[in-house]
Design a protein around this ligand. Structure first.
Ligand code: SF4
Ligand code: MG
Length: 327
């Protein structure tokens, strides 16, 4: 399978008054063609910042990609200029967020917002773009498409707006769709419909999806491959079935203790006792050590590397390190 997105050793830092936050710290991940990769983690795990880094949405001076590469179909996005990146964004890579209102323009009609990318990236005439916009509204399951095209965002429900965001996202046939908590704000029934729709579009078009979520029910339902992030790091990754059947990292094991129920929304991940460490106070160690029932001396002083284990999963944990004298 072709690799669509290949992130290698990505590090994204933010400058705060109290110091530098390593929001994403040496993260590598790969999305292949037609595949759905889920990044799962608590808030503050770096999952959204990973996506924003791909989209070029981390802006200096507040934040900065300080290392690594982000290859999209073989081309390093970090080396593209503003205009080149703009051509890729919204065209070959599309993104949808949790809050559609943050991406829609409140004073533009829905139809106009759908026409914009078609005219910009596809060089469609106004008339052709309007026609396509109305078709797209129908394709995302909204009836009375013409009337909706002439509405303003505030006139539509959250579920409808998220459908419109998906219509905008797929309008230029992206190769990659990045979806950051796309259904978190929606009720369970609508959430299931939207996820079904995303999967159907993926199957029809062959696009890939990088789906960011804290909801293991969504992961179980959607993912081919799962990347678990904790405090800016990948702590475990693997094929979804293997990872759910045999989680290896104590953090993943904790998350899976509350078995996700498909189509039932989870507002929060199962809470493992303790808290994510303060990002300003990280010292070389396993960042999960304060919360880990298996913590050993080495965990408090030395960071475990992400290594492939027997069943093709990767895990960063001293329990699986041959070099660990305690194993
Ligand atoms: Fe627990 Fe140590 Fe593994 Fe970290 S490295 S998850 S502290 S056993
Ligand atoms: Mg987020």
């Amino acid at each position: 399978m072709d690799t669509v997105l290949d992130i290698e050793h990505l590090s994204t830092h933010f400058n705060t008054e109290e110091g530098v936050v390593r929001a994403v710290d040496d993260v590598s991940l790969r999305v292949r063609q037609g595949e759905i990769v889920c990044i799962v983690g608590e808030s503050g795990s770096g999952k959204s910042i990973t996506a924003m880094s791909v989209m070029g949405l981390v802006e200096a001076p507040a934040g900065q990609v300080v290392g690594g590469s982000i290859a999209f179909r073989g081309e390093d996005l970090l080396k593209l200029g503003r205009n080149e990146l703009r051509t890729v964004r919204g065209n070959e890579i599309a993104m949808i967020f949790q809050e559609p209102m943050t991406s829609l323009n409140p004073v533009l009609r829905i139809g106009e917002q759908l026409m914009e990318p078609l005219m910009e990236h596809r060089k469609m005439s106004k008339k052709a773009a309007r026609k396509r916009a109305i078709e797209l509204i129908g394709e995302v399951g909204i009836s009375r498409a013409e009337q909706i095209a002439d509405s303003y965002p505030h006139e539509l429900s959250g579920g409808m707006l998220q459908r419109i965001m998906i219509a905008i996202a797929i309008s230029c046939d992206p190769k990659l769709l990045i979806a950051d908590e796309p259904t978190t704000a929606l009720d369970v029934t609508i959430q299931a419909q939207i996820l079904d729709m995303l999967r159907r579009f993926k199957e029809e078009s062959g696009m890939s999806i990088l789906l960011i979520t804290h909801d293991l029910g969504v992961v179980a339902e959607m993912a081919d491959y799962v990347v678990v992030m904790y405090a800016g790091k990948v702590v475990e990754e693997g094929e979804v079935v293997a990872l759910f059947e045999n989680p290896q990292h104590p953090y993943t094991q904790g998350l899976l203790k509350s078995k996700p129920i498909i189509n039932q929304r989870q507002d929060e991940l199962y809470s493992i006792p303790g808290q994510v460490p303060n990002p300003l106070e990280l010292v070389p160690s396993c960042y999960f050590h304060d919360r880990c029932a298996h913590c050993m001396d080495i965990c408090r002083t030395t960071e475990p590397a992400l290594k492939e284990t027997a069943n093709r999963q990767k895990v960063a944990c001293w329990l699986y390190e041959e070099a660990n004298p305690h194993v």
